[in-house]
Design a protein around this ligand. Structure first.
Ligand code: THU
Length: 130
């Protein structure tokens, strides 16, 4: 079973009555553990959460703090990319060299390095005092 399959399966549980756009995400850590999440919308729209945020929360709750691979899937004309906020969230926990697979439910895939999702990312070093 691939990480995309895990993401596709949890996507079925997405709560997306407002956008009708169900997203699934799955993270794999170096230990081999897999953590999944789906988007959870709210009638107060900004309170909704993305699939990636759910998968990260599950990983952290289980006591792990970094991942080596992430998969994101949605029913979309092209492989669905993480939103801007999720790029920052993923950057926080991605191991060096971590890979992302973006996918559509129709079977299209796009792979890249997580680091390439957010050029010029804000990192802890930017808070160093000068
Ligand atoms: N969404 C995600 O879950 N992940 C992304 O990276 C893109 C957007 C969700 C948020 C919202 O519930 C729906 O897709 C439409 O924006």
């Amino acid at each position: 079973m691939s990480l995309i399959d895990d993401a596709a399966r949890v996507r079925e549980n997405a709560y997306a009555p407002y956008s009708k756009f169900k997203v699934g995400a799955a993270l794999k850590t170096a230990s081999g553990a897999v953590f999944v999440g789906c988007n959870v919308e709210n009638v107060a729209y900004p309170e909704g959460t993305c699939a990636e945020a759910g998968a990260i929360a599950a990983m952290i709750a289980a006591g792990e703090v970094s991942f080596i691979e992430v998969a994101v899937i949605a029913e979309s004309p092209s492989p669905v990319p993480p939103c801007g906020g999720c790029r920052q969230k993923l950057a926080e926990f991605a191991e060096s060299g971590a890979q992302i697979t973006m996918a559509t439910t129709e079977g299209a895939h796009l792979e890249m390095a997580v680091a390439d999702l957010l050029p010029g990312a804000f990192v802890a070093g930017h808070m160093d005092q000068v």
